[in-house]
Design a protein around this ligand. Structure first.
Ligand code: NAD
Length: 248
């Protein structure tokens, strides 16, 4: 199995690479910085919102691998934390560019490869923010909702070609990115980092943050033949969000 993961240099994407590698797959990660990927993985430095860079990446994938079995379009940035009236248009565009246009470009250039071989699985990383919304994160929530719309359309267009598309919606995932979010929210609300953390965890039935590996395990399932008739689905890996507004 040949698996390409955007933003696979750290966080959830890196965990996806580890999980797919353990499942016996060939792994190719892209990121802004790919200096520390494990031996045996392929890697490329690629800005996901650059069409020319993405086109060149998929050309290289086709030349090297002759096709692609699984695309994990995973790149995303948190974007600004601000009330909607305080969001600068340029910050909106930057957030949508990475989260949504990056996913679009990955799908755009993966689709012809997968169509030619008559098979493939596309796994898009959305977010529970894309299902419920996310106070003070309008650009991010809108982009992640857009990722779900993209996925639904990919499933319809590509299904007849033997290609599946699904979106994973992680809840709050432990890691450096979430530490930044916790710090910003704590500062904005006059709370401690631990109070904000508890607020997030208490918003789920499982009273838990998510680990990157939980998301990665779902990606491996969705990329495998075990999920051969699973397509067009939005799958939350979030410990079951009960309260989508973490500040309450
Ligand atoms: P992370 O910040 O740990 O890692 C993201 C990676 O993306 C980094 O390695 C970074 O270099 C790369 N990246 C950023 N901008 C890029 C660009 N323009 N082009 C190429 N690569 C770029 O993030 P993460 O927590 O692993 O998030 C991965 C995905 O999961 C994202 O789409 C994110 O929105 C989504 N997500 C994360 C959480 C969470 O709590 N961490 C929750 C829900 C959804």
């Amino acid at each position: 199995m040949r698996v390409l993961i955007t933003a696979g240099g750290s966080g959830i994407g890196f965990a996806m690479g580890q999980a797919f590698a353990e499942a016996g797959a060939q792994v190719w990660v892209t990121d802004l910085d790919v200096r520390s990927v494990p031996d045996g993985w392929r890697s490329s430095t690629v800005e996901v919102s650059s069409e020319s860079a993405m086109a060149a990446l998929f050309q290289e994938v086709e030349t090297t691998w002759g096709g692609l079995d699984v695309l994990c379009a995973n790149a995303g940035i948190a974007g600004p934390t601000a009330a909607v009236e305080d969001v600068a248009l340029e910050d909106w565009k930057a957030c949508v560019s990475v989260n949504l246009e990056g996913a679009f470009l990955a799908a755009k250039y993966a689709a012809p490869l997968m169509k030619r071989q008559g098979s493939g699985a596309i796994v898009l990383t959305s977010s529970t923010a894309g299902i419920y919304g996310y106070p003070n994160r309008a650009p991010y929530a809108a982009a992640k909702w857009g990722v779900i719309g993209l996925m639904k359309t990919l499933a319809m267009e590509l299904g007849p070609h033997g290609i599946r598309a699904n979106a994973i919606c992680p809840g709050a995932v432990e890691g450096s990115r979430m530490e930044g979010v916790l710090a910003r929210e704590a500062a904005a609300k006059g709370m401690t980092r631990d109070q904000v953390y508890e607020g997030y965890a208490k918003g789920t039935s499982m009273r838990s943050f998510v680990e990157a590996r939980d998301v990665a395990n779902m990606a491996v399932f969705l990329g495998s033949d075990a999920a051969r008739l699973v397509s067009g689905q939005v799958i939350a890996v979030d410990g079951h969000t009960e309260n989508p507004d973490p500040k309450l």
